[in-house]
Design a binder for this molecule. Structure first.
Ligand SMILES: Nc1ncnc2c1ncn2[C@@H]1O[C@H](COP(=O)(O)OP(=O)(O)O)[C@@H](O)[C@H]1O
Ligand SMILES: [Mg+2]
Length: 238
């Protein structure tokens, strides 16, 4: 049984349908990448999975529990954590304060929080150098590192990372992808949402969405071999 299972999910905004019977599963321990052109419904999917958008119908099962319609706090406590598109760090707070805010599910356990902070910062040593700096003064790459580290502070079992590569230099994208792979190797299941097909290289499995449904599912290698999939759904000659 997959760790996370999405079954016939539909959702949208107002009366606009976006997800239209979306189904897929994520296995415990894997890194999966959800690809698709702009507007395919990728962000809408991860918003539903983290309770920030209520699905219209369908079912979300996590670790054997039906979590459909749960509110975001309860889902974070259960281990479903989103690193949102656009980073959304708190610009007026320091790096240290931003990280502490990520630790609210277990905020009463100070020793634990300290321990998790150490782990999160080990992935991104740059954050230690910026410790007392306001998040709003960090570079785009550093803000992305902070956003991922803040996500780790909640001790995710599955981490959803929405468009982490957007606006970063190729060198920084490589760094971020490598750290994400390491986080996965260390035991966290990962679903990356990307328009950058470069993420396929670190993924065990690729899922491709178009107009709110899944149109392809396979190993990363398979997708790179299918030039018609690349061109139709990714829009990037990989
Ligand atoms: N807050 C919103 N209100 C209305 N429509 C939205 C909103 N957010 C996204 N949409 C629409 O939903 C569709 C899917 O968007 P999204 O899930 O963000 O796609 P992706 O992340 O794959 O680019 C798009 O047509 C987009 O315009
Ligand atoms: Mg998006």
């Amino acid at each position: 049984m997959p760790l996370l299972e999405i079954d016939e999910l539909s959702a949208g905004y107002g009366s606009l349908p976006v997800l239209q019977g979306l189904s897929f599963g994520i296995e415990e321990g894997e890194t999966a990448v959800l690809l698709g052109l702009n507007g395919a419904g990728k962000t809408t999917t991860v918003l539903c999975l983290t309770g920030l958008l209520k699905p219209w119908s369908g079912r979300i099962t996590f670790d054997g529990t039906d979590v459909t319609g749960w509110d975001p706090r309860k889902l974070v406590s259960k281990g479903l954590v989103l690193v949102p598109e656009g980073r959304h760090v708190f610009p007026e707070f320091t790096v240290a304060q931003n990280l502490r805010m990520g630790a609210w599910p277990h905020r009463r356990d100070r020793a634990r929080t300290k321990e998790i902070t150490e782990v999160a910062v080990e992935y991104f040593p740059r954050l230690r150098e910026r410790w007392t700096q306001l998040a709003g003064t960090l570079s785009g790459g550093e803000q992305q590192m902070l956003a991922i580290a803040r996500g780790l502070m909640a001790r995710p079992r599955i981490l959803f990372i929405d468009e982490s590569s957007l606006g970063l230099s190729p060198k920084l994208i490589k760094t971020v992808f490598e750290v994400v792979k390491q986080i996965n190797t260390d035991g966290t299941t990962v679903l990356m949402v990307e328009q950058n097909a470069g993420a396929i290289a670190i993924a065990d499995r690729a899922l491709v969405m178009q107009m709110g449904t899944l149109v392809y599912e396979g190993s990363g290698g398979d997708i790179l071999d299918h030039s018609e999939i690349r061109e139709a759904y990714l829009g990037t000659p990989a």
